[in-house]
Design a binder for this molecule. Structure first.
Ligand code: GLU
Length: 555
């Protein structure tokens, strides 16, 4: 028995599982040529960053477009970043935006798929089996250095002007301990981590083809990276290598902050005898800073819109956010959308190669525009259902009002909907309260303010004349004819063109007359079709509001 085998026995005496058994338990997936297996691998922090949703969408679309598999893996090896049930918030966030994986974790403590468990803390036996093999091959060793010793090393490296900091070469004190020395320390109960024995050299370079960024060249890894921490829990570096291999991931799609770790990861894949997957590093989600106008990363601390929950709470429909994210992800998405206006966006032929490698700019104003378009083409029943679902959690008063008489509520959303040029007043469900304020006396808290070109006395006269002719049974044409009818006796013209030709001859035109009525009934200058609004409000409420406005303007 050589020393490596003895050491492996000493460190992992209890491990009987072998990498060969794991190869058999998790065989290569039986998928068609070119099918991609992707994963979304968040830590259970209970917080889903918009960049996370962005990444998850890329994973799902990449797998779908190639007839492959996407799965959700929870990376809970860093206890400091974890919160109790930090999984549900992530899954709920993804779910609210219609991002679903083919396999993996499905909830707190639940999962589906044949390549699990999909939570890293439940895979310790797998990591230990691989780690044991590395020790047997002399590719990993225990390191007994304390935190103080590691600090000292770092300080010395700084003083000596060492370009690379970390545990390697002459600094790696435990790398060359004899088996007897190792045994003595282990038997004395001295805590240790397991380190990779790197064979990298600074003179050599590695090359890899990033699917998004193309060929990348970097120096080889020379660091003896930690594989298992002193509590036996793996580091991200080691865990992802084992997981992506045994879950048969073909494409590791992750944030660009991981690019610098690729040399380390390639070295680990090779040492373990695993095929190196393809890497695709996605750009960061950026924004223009409101204060100084610079482009910067969306920050969890500074930007509420960095959290996916912000969009859920504001009531952006999932279609809007996904639609917008796709325009950021693939430059050809908008052309595809124009050609396929009704198609489910998950059938878009997503292509990683068409992703831009520079940061993508998240623009709330553009999202708002996209969302207005999305909502403008929904039918009234859909709008009502979606608003109710949102309001039930986020605006109970609005929920109560809409739910009290659903027919009335649906009729509100029907106004001007389904036309060739639908209105675009609503970008998110939280806009609905303001949108329908004047339909509910309980919410109607605005006062009409006349524009500068209409005097109070004229407004009172207009309302007085209008009261006399208004008939709630009039259709749109009759309604407008009446609006015109009252113009002339009041010094207004029913003809806008005529007014423009001869402005000094009139106080105003029919548009000004209807503005006064609109203001009295809704307190707004701009609303959807006023005739429909008045029909919905009914005669009593219309008269009541006209009286109130007359009183206000006479005061
Ligand atoms: N668990 C890592 C993180 O949350 C994910 C990195 C990866 O996708 O490989 O940052």
């Amino acid at each position: 028995m050589n020393d490596n085998i003895r050491l492996a026995q000493l460190l992992f005496g209890d491990v009987t599982l072998t990498p060969e058994e794991l190869e058999e338990r998790f065989p290569p997936r039986n998928l068609k040529e070119g099918a991609r297996v992707t994963r979304f691998a968040p830590s259970p922090t209970g917080y889903l960053h918009i960049g996370g949703l962005f990444g998850a969408l890329v994973d799902v679309l990449t797998a779908k477009a190639s007839g492959g598999v996407s799965y959700l893996r929870i990376e809970d090896t860093d206890k400091k970043r974890e919160i109790d049930d930090g999984v549900s918030a992530i899954i709920t966030g993804l779910d609210s935006f219609g991002v679903h994986f083919d396999e993996g974790v499905t909830g707190f403590g639940t999962e589906s798929g044949a390549y699990g468990p999909y939570t890293q803390s439940q895979r310790v036996d797998i990591y230990r089996a691989v780690a044991k093999r590395l020790v047997e091959q002399g590719l990993a060793y225990p390191c007994f250095c304390t935190a103080e010793e590691l600090n000292e090393i770092r300080e010395k490296q700084e003083k000596e002007g060492e370009d690379i900091r970390g545990y390697f070469g002459k600094w790696a004190k435990c790398r060359n301990l004899s088996f007897e020395e190792q045994k003595e320390k282990i038997e004395a109960g001295i805590p240790y981590v397991l380190r990779f024995r790197s064979s990298g050299s600074l003179d050599r370079r590695i090359f890899f083809d990033d699917v998004i960024r193309g060929k990348i060249e970097m120096p080889e890894n020379i660091i003896d990276e930690v594989l298992l921490k002193s509590d036996g829990i793996p580091t991200y570096h080691f865990a992802h290598v084992c997981d992506d291999h045994f879950m048969r991931t073909t494409h590791v799609i992750r944030g660009e902050e991981w690019i610098s770790s690729v040399p380390k990861h390639i070295a680990l894949f090779k040492a373990c005898g695993f095929k190196v997957p393809k890497y695709a590093h996605t750009p960061q989600v950026m924004k223009i800073d409101e204060e100084d106008g610079t482009k910067r990363k969306l920050s969890k601390r500074k930007d509420p819109e960095a959290a996916v929950s912000f969009f859920v709470e504001a009531g952006f429909p999932k279609e809007s956010l996904l639609e917008y994210l796709l325009t950021l992800l693939n430059s050809n998405f908008e052309d595809w959308r124009r050609a396929n206006p009704k198609e489910d966006l998950f059938s878009f032929n997503f292509n990683l190669k068409k992703m831009s490698s520079s940061g993508c700019l998240f623009d709330l104003v553009k999202l708002t525009d996209v969302s207005k378009n999305v909502i403008s083409v929904m039918d009234a029943k859909t709008v009502l259902d979606r608003v109710l679902t949102w309001a039930e959690s986020y605006d109970r008063e609005l929920f109560g009002l809409l739910d009290r008489d659903k027919k009335y509520a649906e009729a509100i959303f029907s106004i001007d909907r389904g036309t060739a040029k639908p209105r675009k007043d609503i970008a998110k469900w939280s806009d609905v309260r303001n949108y329908c304020k004047y339909f509910y006396d309980e919410l109607f808290d605005e006062e009409p303010v006349l524009p500068d070109n209409i005097g109070k006395e004229d407004a009172v006269a207009i309302l007085g004349a209008y009261e006399k002719v208004y008939d709630e049974n009039d259709d749109k044409d009759a309604w407008f004819a009446k609006m015109k009818e009252i113009c002339e006796p009041l010094g207004y013209t029913p003809n806008v063109k005529e007014y423009k030709k001869n402005p000094d001859a009139y106080k105003g035109h029919v548009g000004d007359v209807s503005t006064v009525v609109r203001l009295a009934v809704t307190a707004r200058k701009n609303t959807p079709d006023l005739c429909s609004i008045m029909a919905l409000l009914g005669k009593d409420r219309v008269f009541e509001r006209i009286h109130r406005a007359k009183e206000k303007f006479s005061a």
